[in-house]
Design a protein around this ligand. Structure first.
Ligand SMILES: [Zn+2]
Length: 458
């Protein structure tokens, strides 16, 4: 009997290797093609404490924590989506000043979910401290590589808690009229813009309505002409992601702003290990900006998403061999990541542009800061620095904060520990008389990061 079974097994394995196995594979493939994917409906609405609709963002994660879908409500705070049957974690959010609400849900075809009036609480109000937040580098379908309509990008801005923003399509201003007219009804401050995409780097012309028609730049004179034309139109001009493809550093200081943090690469956090240059160009941009500051150049640092897809489905991990990069990008790119918090004298486009010009800005993907040095704010100049008094308030809705670094002339000279998930308020005195400029940086135990513009000394 045993011998017989043994022979049969040998026969089976021979057959299996040469005949049965391909047949089994083929039938499995056919079966998987015919497995019906069953979907269920989830709909609902988001409201504030006052019961009024809130335009919000929803992310659906599977039980392993992988991001499955990112959607936004409509302008009345309603949403509706079909998802494969199963268990999900739903996260409802609206930028960094609201709570990030988590709800476990089960999607079943025969049992549509109606999540009526999910309330979302605003935890912090940086507008009360005269800050408005916005993303100045985003794309729509008017860019050949942009996926969304102008209206979809605008709703994604509101769903992420942005107060202002610019549409910066490649070498066109065609989307700007719609951008401006739609925003008027939604108390959103829209800024017309364009991304000048050239053979020698990309530039953001902000607050310009007419096309600046340059695609090739070969000399510093041509850079000057481009800057002049932007200024002539009443605009400002930023070097976009300079760590990627900018080579005119000797005239770099003539720009109004420099994008030291572009959303398509890792945040410029310190001690980023083993990241390919392709994903770490923000580190290069930040270092070049520090070099300019130390040369005495006054130029505002900005950070923007450069988003081309509000669903973040076109860029998903793993796209690199680097685990750290994959882990970061799996959270998805979104409008307003990172964003600029600009301190304004008046809540208008003019107020925002002036705030940027004056450097009253910090850049963040989560942490919020309110820091003064002898009562001066970012972008200001302070004369008496022997016993400088630094007052700080640091908060986050993501709960992984670690420390506030004081960076003077490019070096960390003081590290102040922060509570992870409650606001930290304090005051310290430092002797800054040997330094030219000081920048504040918030670091975390995750990828949360924020960096301020400098306070100039002497
Ligand atoms: Zn871009």
């Amino acid at each position: 009997m045993r011998r017989w079974i043994h022979s049969l097994m040998i026969l089976y394995s021979i057959l299996g290797l040469c005949q049965l196995q391909p047949l089994i594979q083929e039938s499995e493939q056919l079966a998987s093609q015919w497995v019906e994917i069953v979907q269920g409906e989830v709909k609902g609405s988001i409201v504030g404490k006052d019961g009024k609709p809130v335009i919000a963002q929803l992310r659906f994660f599977d039980s392993d924590g992988a991001l499955i879908k990112r959607i936004q409500t409509d302008i009345d705070g309603n949403f509706e989506i079909l998802l494969d049957e199963g268990h999900y974690n739903l996260e409802v959010s609206k930028g960094y000043e609201y709570e990030m609400k988590q709800l476990p849900i089960e999607v079943k075809k025969e049992n549509p979910l109606n999540l009526k009036s999910i309330s979302l609480t605003r935890l912090m109000d940086w507008t009360a401290k005269s800050y408005l937040c916005g993303d100045l580098h985003q794309h729509s379908q008017f860019s050949d590589d942009g996926l969304n309509t102008v209206e979809e990008v605008l709703i994604a801005n509101l769903a992420n808690g942005l107060d202002f923003g610019a549409m910066a399509d490649h070498n066109t201003v065609d989307g700007n009229d719609e951008w401006l007219s739609l925003s008027q009804k939604l108390s959103y401050l829209a800024i017309p813009a364009q991304e000048i995409t050239t053979n020698q780097g990309h530039y953001l012309a902000l607050n310009t309505s007419n096309l600046i028609d340059v695609t090739a730049l070969t000399s510093e004179d041509e850079i000057d002409q481009m800057i002049d034309e932007t200024h002539h139109q009443g605009g400002m001009i930023q070097i976009n992601h300079p760590g990627r493809n900018f080579s005119f550093w000797n005239v770099g200081g003539q720009f109004d702003a420099i994008e030291i943090w572009n959303g398509q690469a890792m945040p410029p956090i310190p001690n980023l290990n083993d990241i390919d240059e392709e994903f770490a160009y923000n580190q290069i941009s930040k270092q070049k900006w520090f070099d300019l500051l130390s040369e005495g150049v006054k130029i505002t640092a900005l950070g923007n998403s450069d988003n081309h897809d509000i669903s973040s489905e076109s860029i998903t991990a793993p796209i690199s061999e680097n685990e750290q990069f994959n882990e970061w990008i799996a959270q998805g790119l979104y409008n307003g990541n990172p964003r600029n918090y600009v301190k304004v004298e008046e809540e208008s486009v003019e107020g925002i542009l002036k705030g940027i010009k004056d450097g009253h800005v910090f850049i963040t993907n989560g942490p919020l800061m309110d820091v003064t040095l002898n009562e001066a704010t970012f972008g200001d100049r302070v004369v008496s620095t022997n016993e400088a008094e630094i007052s700080y308030l640091i908060a986050s809705n993501q709960g992984s904060l670690e420390a506030l670094n004081v960076i003077a002339d490019g070096q960390v000279i003081e590290t102040i520990p922060l509570a992870e998930d409650v606001p930290t308020l304090g005051t310290i005195n430092l002797n800054l008389s040997n330094y030219q400029w000081v920048v504040f940086e918030v670091i975390s135990k995750s990828y949360e990061y924020a960096i301020s513009n400098p306070i100039y000394l002497k």
